[in-house]
Design a protein around this ligand. Structure first.
Ligand code: PLP
Length: 405
């Protein structure tokens, strides 16, 4: 193998050997601390990507690192053929946030959603008196993103994600977010569940209104449907409550979690309300890695630190002035920014033109922030970001906007 450089650079190795399924930024990142990451030329960046809403406590939080190191030296993986103390404790803690129910552990967001979709199928079979294939419709939202497995992808009505992979899993229908009538119109005897992101992340930071969530809850109660919420991106404290739906004061029947839950360690989870938890029986679902001692210890460390340092309250307090500063920025540059959306530390900056040039310009100025659908830049700081760090991102954004006028 001939490489452009000797020895080959990381970029050379990616170019030669990595599947070309990503549009990657040109950076190679080599270390992180708190809200900062450094590249291989020792340039420092303010990281508002947080590994796509994953690094809840920033990079390499010392207490999180200590907990993970300690668990690594004690027990890492035994499979679900056995119990481990960390999984039991994490299930208890998550049910403490979600309500009386049971938890299944997996390794990613799309796997959590797969478990929800299979839950809906089981509920449909029960509704149809045991007959399979009769009651399997799941109503999702336009511009949703639920992941890349066949179930998640089939619930994600975007040509760029589905193209080339059809036929998809049957039974998905799509209403307009926040248009209750459009969801209601899709309900019939074959419907098993409604499944939405409480706040759409990849789709461009579009939140379900509290009225819409209450309306969905009522529709589900009236028609014996499961209300399933994808909190993979908006959960784990990102909005200033542990779950984003808490702001609306509703309780779903099932929740999908992942991303921020492990603070950087891969873990996914599904919580199911008690009334429906027994749809799953021994043998009808599983995961080899799911709920491993190390992954659960990492998630427990996130919860411990989040609770000890009162990070949810801090997100609520600091997001007010931060959002105000961002709205001020939008008012200063109305030809470039048309909206600031979101809740807590899940923020979408709506641009009036394509996002990639802005992402690149922000990076040049030392700020990493990811795009979302529809010309949106997301700002996803860690939950322990300081007011000063939040303001730094606003200042860098201002520099970039001013340079483009
Ligand atoms: C990221 C994401 C997923 C997929 O999670 P993976 O861990 O990448 O499988 C699903 N739903 C939402 C809302 C997400 O943001």
């Amino acid at each position: 193998m001939k490489y452009p450089h000797t020895p080959p650079t990381t970029a050379d190795l990616y170019d030669a050997h990595s599947l070309r399924n990503y549009n990657r930024s040109p950076l190679t990142l080599v270390r992180g601390a708190g809200i900062y990451v450094w590249d291989d030329e020792d340039r420092r960046f303010l990281d508002f990507t947080s590994g796509i809403a994953v690094n809840t406590l920033g990079h390499c939080h010392p207490d999180w690192v200590e907990a993970v190191q300690k668990q690594t030296a004690q027990l890492i993986h035994v499979s679900n053929l056995f119990r481990n103390p960390q999984q039991g404790e994490l299930a208890r803690r998550l049910a403490g946030y979600a309500g009386p129910g049971r938890v299944f552990f997996c390794n990613s967001g799309t796997e959590a959603n797969e478990a929800l979709i299979k839950l809906a199928r089981l509920h449909g079979v029960k509704k149809a008196g045991g007959e399979e294939g009769k009651c399997l419709k799941i109503i999702c939202a336009e511009s949703a993103f639920h992941g890349r497995t066949y179930g998640g992808m089939s619930a994600t009505p975007q040509d760029k994600i589905q193209k080339g992979f059809r036929p998809l899993v049957p039974g998905f229908a799509f209403g307009q977010l926040n248009d209750l009538a459009s969801f209601k119109a899709l309900i019939d005897d074959t419907t098993a569940a409604i499944f939405v992101e409480t706040i759409q992340g990849e789709g461009g930071i579009h939140a379900c209104t509290p009225e819409f969530l209450h309306g969905l809850r009522q529709l589900c109660d009236e028609h014996d449907l499961l209300l399933m919420l994808d909190e993979v991106q908006c959960g784990a404290g990102r909005t200033g409550r542990f779950f984003a739906f808490e702001h609306a004061g509703i309780v779903p029947d099932a929740i999908g979690m992942a991303k921020g839950l492990g603070g950087g360690f891969p873990i996914g989870a599904m919580w199911v309300r008690d009334a429906h938890a027994d749809l799953y029986q021994p043998g009808n679902h599983g995961s080899t890695f799911g709920g491993g001692a190390l992954a659960c210890a990492a998630a427990l460390a996130v919860l411990d630190i989040m609770e000890r340092d009162k990070l949810l309250a801090r997100v609520c307090e600091q997001s007010g002035p931060w959002h105000a500063a961002l709205r001020q920025l939008a008012a200063e540059f109305p030809t470039q920014l048309s909206d600031i959306r979101g809740q807590g530390y899940l923020v979408g900056v709506q641009l009036t033109s394509e996002a990639p040039p802005y992402v690149a310009a922000l990076r040049e100025q030392g700020l990493l922030a990811p795009m979302a659908g529809g010309n949106v830049i997301r700002l996803l700081p860690p939950l322990n970001a300081t007011a000063k760090e939040l303001q730094s991102a606003v200042d860098i954004f201002r520099t970039v906007l001013a340079a483009k006028t």
